[in-house]
Design a protein around this ligand. Structure first.
Ligand SMILES: Cc1cc2nc3c(=O)[nH]c(=O)nc-3n(C[C@H](O)[C@H](O)[C@H](O)COP(=O)(O)OP(=O)(O)OC[C@H]3O[C@@H](n4cnc5c(N)ncnc54)[C@H](O)[C@@H]3O)c2cc1C
Length: 297
């Protein structure tokens, strides 16, 4: 049996929102599709309720742009990951995001999968999601009533559940502050070698360091470390105002260990193994980000 009965491919945001609104109001089951790399598997394997209509957003012009606007980099939610990775502005301003996207799936997946889909799928360890969180990103969420910017850390409720209504609302684009001088980011993840699409642990950091080597601003995100992608605020506070030495690292690790909620997942890792990995992942991620700041000077 077909997984859907009707397939729409609007070319503008207004048309996409009209379609979602009309279909939702008529009681028909509707879902947004971008690359389909999560959704089609979920439909096929019964993890997503049955749908009547798919609204494909990959032709929506407003969702396909990458732009530098004032001091922000904007990335359309329906831009395929391959284009995100190759874009000069993204490469210059968001190394963590490029590194995360380069690790998602294989070439076929990256040719169609999108950041909008990665974020809307709302897994606590989505690689693109964790990178965007550390970059300080916000998502523009639009409905028939208008559009608002929501901080990434406020975008999730529980595993698989974003704060917005996927049947009526769209993530249009993401934005994050462009890189200043003395600033850099990094993404690292630990993965099982055999084809499981979700990380054992992933982490991203963005550091702003002054001329004396003092970290003026730190953003850190980690997954899976709880029901939602985690912005590690306590660890950030432990890092801020200090040089990246052993004492700072040790305080950051203590703070991070106190705010993550790690668990055993049968196909990936035990809680003990994840706790053990936290230290080396934190060290690697911070050191790589710091060395990038130093080399950029
Ligand atoms: C073989 C394979 C390997 C993978 N490896 C990884 C990996 O290493 N790391 C990783 O993080 N993920 C991985 N994934 C998961 C997946 O590829 C990513 O999450 C991808 O970014 C999803 O994007 P998509 O465009 O395909 O989303 P879709 O499948 O089209 O949509 C996913 C969900 O988001 C909703 N949605 C999509 N776009 C929007 C929008 N703009 N606004 C509102 N809702 C929207 C859909 O309705 C659906 O609920 C893998 C998947 C496969 C099949």
């Amino acid at each position: 049996m077909s997984l859907w009965q009707q397939y729409l491919r609007p070319q503008s945001l207004a048309d996409a929102l009209d379609a979602l609104s009309a279909l939702g109001d008529s009681g028909g089951a509707v879902a947004v599709v971008a690359g389909g790399t999560d959704l089609l598997l979920d439909l096929d394997q019964g993890r997503h309720s049955a749908v009547q209509t798919l609204v494909d957003v990959t032709g929506v012009a407003e969702m396909l742009e990458i732009r530098h606007v004032d001091d922000f980099i904007h990335i359309g939610a329906a831009v395929p990951l391959r284009e995100v990775i190759d874009h000069a502005r993204v490469r210059a301003h968001a190394t963590a995001l490029v590194e995360a996207c380069e690790l998602i799936g294989g070439p076929q997946v990256r040719n169609v999968a999108t950041l909008g889909g990665n974020v809307a799928h709302a897994l606590p360890a989505g690689d693109g999601t964790i990178a965007l969180l550390a970059l300080g990103a916000e998502a523009e969420v639009a409905s028939e009533k208008g559009a608002i910017w929501i901080r990434m850390e406020d975008l999730f409720v529980s595993p698989g559940e974003p704060r917005f209504d996927r049947a009526h609302e769209l993530v249009v684009r993401f934005r994050f502050p462009a890189l200043r001088d003395h600033e850099a980011s990094a993404f690292r993840r630990i993965m099982r070698p055999q084809g499981v699409a979700i990380a054992i642990l992933n982490m991203a950091a963005r550091l702003h360091v002054d001329g004396a080597g003092i970290i003026q601003e730190a953003r850190l995100a980690v997954g899976p470390a709880g029901p939602r992608p985690l912005r590690a605020r306590a660890a950030e506070q432990a890092i801020k105002g200090n040089k990246l030495d052993e004492a700072t690292f040790s305080r950051a690790l203590d703070a991070l260990s106190g705010e993550v909620s790690l668990r055993t997942s049968p196909h990936r890792a035990t809680v003990e193994y994840r706790s053990h990995l936290l230290k080396s992942l934190l060290k690697q991620t911070l050191e790589v980000a710091m060395s990038r700041v130093e080399h950029a000077v």
